[in-house]
Write a new protein. Structure first.
Length: 415
């Protein structure tokens, strides 16, 4: 070792190679530490441990190198699997592990869990009547690895202390935690029962994975539909199948059924149902909006009076812009019962903002009991505002007229 002192630093050499450098201090009794100094040493120690683990693994079987290449090709963590396989060798012995590695290569089963399964099956002395089955059955995933009947090898107790008594169980617990973290509830609930079914039916790995992914996709879609329906705030759920087509005296059934293709939503158009009370215009509006929820569209159902009351309160509190966004963001907005109650000028202005902002930006369904010529009466006889509103509303709109007597009076009428 050679120590060389410079005005600003002290360098230590080993055979002309710089091994350490420190800032020089001219004060006494000072400890000056360089935080970067131990990094290289720690890296060397880590590499030494990994190299020692690799040497241990390669010494277990003449096929170990090929098995390691299989692990690396699958982009798995080699150190994780090698450490557990080496520990399994201490429990089951080198000869048993060598056979397990050969079987793993033959069936392209590259992981410490597969090796553990194979060793357990060998330890149970399963009769050799054909190829070894590697189906990841549940009864194999839940095994507790213990020593065989033969005398324990040296280092077995140390291996158990290293928490290698049940590597498969550890892996299953880790998988559960990861599925929970990724928010995959269907996989978390069903991967083990489906593994049993896959083993019994001898599915391929791809078939097993496809069944899991298909189930998770369906479950996620169901949750999305439930969330959209809840956010739509329907007062009740109605469907087209529930509608009594024979009750109205006049109704264009093909026109209404064509609307359920939902083309008007993509075109950012409007649908206006005009009918007297009790003829199902709200029913059809809800059924149409519910179908949109099922097809993946965000929907909001409300009434004209509720819009005006909500926006008036928000304006008084200085939150009008934020509250307006609630009615502008959904792909489809349903405004029910327009015209049932008179609207003052302030309320008409607020409702006009919604219709004007959604023009050619989002679809709209309106149900009303008033024909267009009577709409100025709805908006406080403001013909200018009514004209501007109808101009925007009817530019891309389809009007559905329903005539007849109220369905709610059906029993009295039939009596």
């Amino acid at each position: 070792m050679t120590l060389k002192a410079y005005p600003d630093r002290v360098c230590i050499y080993h055979q002309d190679k710089l091994v350490a450098r420190h800032v020089r201090s001219y004060d006494r009794r000072q400890d000056i530490e360089d935080p970067d100094h131990p990094k290289e040493l720690l890296a060397q120690r880590r590499k030494a441990r990994e190299q020692r683990l690799l040497v241990q693994f390669l010494s277990l079987s003449r096929h170990a190198q090929a098995y390691l290449e299989g692990i690396e090709q699958r982009r798995m963590n080699p150190r994780h699997h090698l450490r557990k396989i080496v520990a399994l060798g201490e429990i089951y012995g080198v000869e048993a592990l060598d056979r397990a590695i050969q079987d793993g290569i033959e069936f392209a089963a590259y992981s410490c869990e597969y090796i553990a399964n194979i060793l357990e099956m060998r330890a149970r002395e399963i009769p050799a009547h054909g190829a070894l089955s590697l189906t990841r059955r549940q009864d194999l995933l839940d095994i507790e690895i213990s020593a065989p009947i033969s005398p324990p090898t040296k280092g077995m107790a140390m291996s158990i202390d290293r928490r290698m008594a049940s590597p498969v169980q550890i892996s299953t617990d880790a998988l559960r935690a990861q599925l929970g973290l990724l928010k995959l509830p269907y996989l978390l609930e069903r991967f083990e029962p489906l593994a049993q079914e896959a083993g019994a039916e001898q599915w391929s790995h791809v078939d097993y994975l496809a069944r899991l992914i298909e189930g998770e996709a369906h479950a996620r879609e169901d949750r999305s539909i439930q969330r959209r329906v809840a956010l739509a705030r329907f007062p009740v759920l109605k469907t087209l199948d529930q509608f009594e087509w024979n009750w109205p005296s006049k109704i264009n059934r093909p026109q209404i059924q064509n609307l359920f293709r939902l083309r008007f939503i993509e075109d950012k158009g409007n649908v206006i149902f005009i009918a007297n009370v009790g003829l199902g215009k709200s029913h059809l509006g809800i059924a149409l909006a519910h179908t949109a929820c099922l097809r993946g569209y965000p929907v909001l159902f409300t009434t004209a009076v509720d819009i005006i009351n909500t926006l008036s309160a928000a304006q008084a509190q200085g939150n009008l812009k934020r509250e307006l966004r609630k009615y502008l963001q959904p792909k489809l907005l349903v405004v029910d019962e327009l015209g049932y109650l008179p609207i003052d000028k302030h309320g008409a202005d607020l409702l006009f903002q919604i219709i004007s902002e959604r023009y050619e930006r989002g679809a709209l369904i309106i149900t009303t009991n008033r024909a267009y010529k009577h709409w100025p009466e709805i908006f406080n006889h403001d013909s200018t505002l009514t004209s501007a509103l109808l101009d925007r509303l009817l530019h891309h709109a389809e009007t559905v007229l329903i005539e007849g007597k109220s369905y709610r009076m059906k029993e009295q009428i039939e009596a």
